[in-house]
Write a protein that binds this ligand. Structure first.
Ligand code: FSX
Ligand code: SF4
Ligand code: SF4
Length: 296
């Protein structure tokens, strides 16, 4: 049998202002497992070569920074940059740095993301913090955190960017996005929405597919979280949040926020957490395009 050459896709995964929940979520991927993704060929003939990921790599110090910089130089235009967490821009690295330069000066997260982002084939912003700023950028945002998109805009970086929000994001949203890039290349016209999210995962509102939707339409609202009924009056942000949680569910299809009585806090929405706060209080009545207006 002819030997089929495996194509290597180098990936550099940086972390900024983050709780590392995105890494933990992706590490919990069940089908495929994270071992399949990283060690096997998730797509036949194509192999993800994770060159740098601070949470899981065994090495540390100069050794791993060398691997990072070698990949950057040797694979210019050919590696994928995954960014987890928001990017602090205040104080030239005072709020976060990754490694040091030759003079021993810490290299700020924002300059790493700018430079590695500029030379990447594509950038995946993993999680709400990287996609939209998220919790680290919430008011009063003392470290002046920004999203990858905001940083790129302010520094004229035009590398293709895919946002995979969620705090944390579902592992399928990330693995599915990576698999799609390996299979089909960069997203084609129309595959991303106006927030650069893959429509395959973020094309519908939580509210469109919620199993409690009939209660909403009948205006039967829960008075406390353990009640049956729609959770809108208690603060559910499903009507303004795009994600496929009700269909995909979490923990390998076991449950999800509304089904376990916990309401959607809008963790994948742009503007989370400021715009969806207070989380456990009813938002102003919302007009829902293509769904209908709630008549009180
Ligand atoms: Fe943010 Fe992800 Fe929320 Fe945490 O990194 S999206 S705080 S789950 O870890 O960046
Ligand atoms: Fe479901 Fe929330 Fe919409 Fe009610 S408001 S139907 S609980 S998504
Ligand atoms: Fe986030 Fe809402 Fe999905 Fe829960 S249901 S994971 S809060 S987007």
């Amino acid at each position: 049998m002819a030997n089929i050459k495996t194509e290597e896709y180098p990936v550099i995964w940086l972390q900024g202002a983050t709780c590392t929940g995105c890494s933990v979520s992706v590490l919990n991927s069940v089908s495929p497992t994270i071992k399949n993704v990283l060690v096997d060929e998730v797509i036949p003939g194509k192999h993800v070569n994770l060159r740098f990921q601070a949470t899981v790599m065994a090495g540390a110090g100069e050794l791993v920074i060398k691997a990072l910089e070698e990949t950057w130089k040797a694979k210019k235009g050919g590696y994928v940059l995954v960014m987890e967490g928001a990017i602090p821009t205040k104080g030239d690295g005072a709020y976060g740095s990754i490694g040091e330069d030759k003079e021993g000066k810490p290299v700020s997260i924002d300059s790493r993301v700018e430079n590695l982002g500029r030379d990447a084939l594509a950038v995946i912003a993993l999680g709400t913090c990287a996609s939209f700023g998220g919790i680290p950028a919430a008011k009063p945002n003392p470290s002046e955190c920004v999203s990858v998109g905001q940083l790129f805009k302010s520094r004229n970086v035009t590398t293709p960017l895919i946002n995979v929000p969620g705090c944390p994001p579902h592992p399928d949203w990330f693995v599915g996005t990576v698999a799609s890039v390996l299979l089909n290349g960069l997203p084609k016209e129309g595959e991303l929405d106006e927030w650069s999210r893959p429509r395959a995962f973020y094309g519908q509102l939580i509210h469109e597919n919620c199993p409690r939707r009939a209660y909403y339409d009948e205006q039967k609202f829960a008075k406390k979280l353990s009640d049956p009924g729609c959770l809108y009056e208690l603060g559910c942000k499903g009507p303004v949040t795009h994600a496929d949680c009700p269909l995909r569910m979490w923990n390998n299809g076991v449950n999800w926020c509304v089904a376990c009585g916990g309401l959607c806090i809008g963790c994948a929405a742009p503007g989370f957490p400021d715009l969806v706060s207070p989380m456990y209080a009813k938002t102003a009545d919302i007009t829902l395009p293509n769904i209908g207006q709630r008549v009180v």
